[in-house]
Design a protein around this ligand. Structure first.
Ligand code: ATP
Length: 215
């Protein structure tokens, strides 16, 4: 199955489909059409059909898709059948919020270790997650075979911390710092710049308004 080559945009929609398909399954629904799915997840049906086509013929024309087959399929692709341990580095305001949140709703992901330089919090357990000193980071990431790290340190130290992470088996970084960190080609970075997102929203509202404004 050529799931390595699916477009980024498709990959980003997979969790949305997955979540909704589970809701359908819970309500006892066995089959869904791309039109119904489109309505629910706010993605047009042609896009949905194209997205699904990357994974081979999953549905039949005029019949729709079998909910259970799709769920099992996405479960494998999204690695939902295995628990993913994630580490968080930098337990400041944002890091704290993410620790508290700890992805409760997605039971396949959890933060299993956190790291910080602040000695007032290292050695404590917050929201059920142990906070280790930075000196233990490489060892813990390796022992716990952690492949994904959430980065919530101040931006001036983000690259230095990243370089240190690169000496472990980490393959992906969810980067909440505004710094565009450099990593080898073998590592993937997903940037989440909340300030930037908010400013983009303000920009769009200022320049284009809302749909209601147009009417
Ligand atoms: P936030 O930006 O998350 O709202 P904050 O304003 O509370 O955080 P920051 O100064 O941004 O605090 O630091 C975030 C966290 O990163 C703090 O807990 C701080 O102790 C920690 N930190 C600072 N430098 C490092 C470092 N070199 N390695 C690991 N953690 C660090």
């Amino acid at each position: 199955m050529a799931t390595d080559n699916i477009p980024n945009a498709t990959a980003k929609r997979l969790p949305i489909y997955y979540r909704y398909l589970n809701i359908l399954a819970d309500s006892g629904k066995k089959r869904v059409s791309s039109t119904e799915l489109a309505e629910a997840v706010k993605v047009d049906s042609a896009t949905i059909r194209r997205d699904f086509s990357y994974f081979g013929a999953l549905g039949k024309r005029g019949y729709g898709y079998e909910v259970e087959i799709l769920i099992n399929f996405f479960k494998k692709i999204l690695n939902q059948d295995k628990l993913t341990n994630v580490a968080l580095i930098g337990v400041g305001n944002l890091g704290h919020a993410l620790l508290n949140f700890n992805f409760h709703k997605a039971n396949n992901v959890r933060i299993s270790a956190a790291f910080d330089i602040n000695e007032e919090i290292t050695g404590t357990i917050q929201s059920g997650v142990p906070i280790y000193p930075m000196a233990d980071m490489k060892e813990q990431l390796t022992i716990q075979q952690i492949e994904i790290v959430i980065l919530t340190v101040p931006s001036p130290v983000a690259q230095k911390v990243t370089d240190e992470i690169m000496e472990t088996g980490v393959k992906g970084i969810l980067n909440f710092t505004p710094l565009r960190i450099s990593v080898p080609d073998t590592v993937r970075v997903q940037n989440v710049d909340l300030t930037n997102e908010l400013q983009t929203l303000i920009y769009f509202l200022d320049h284009f308004g809302t749909k209601d404004d147009e009417e």
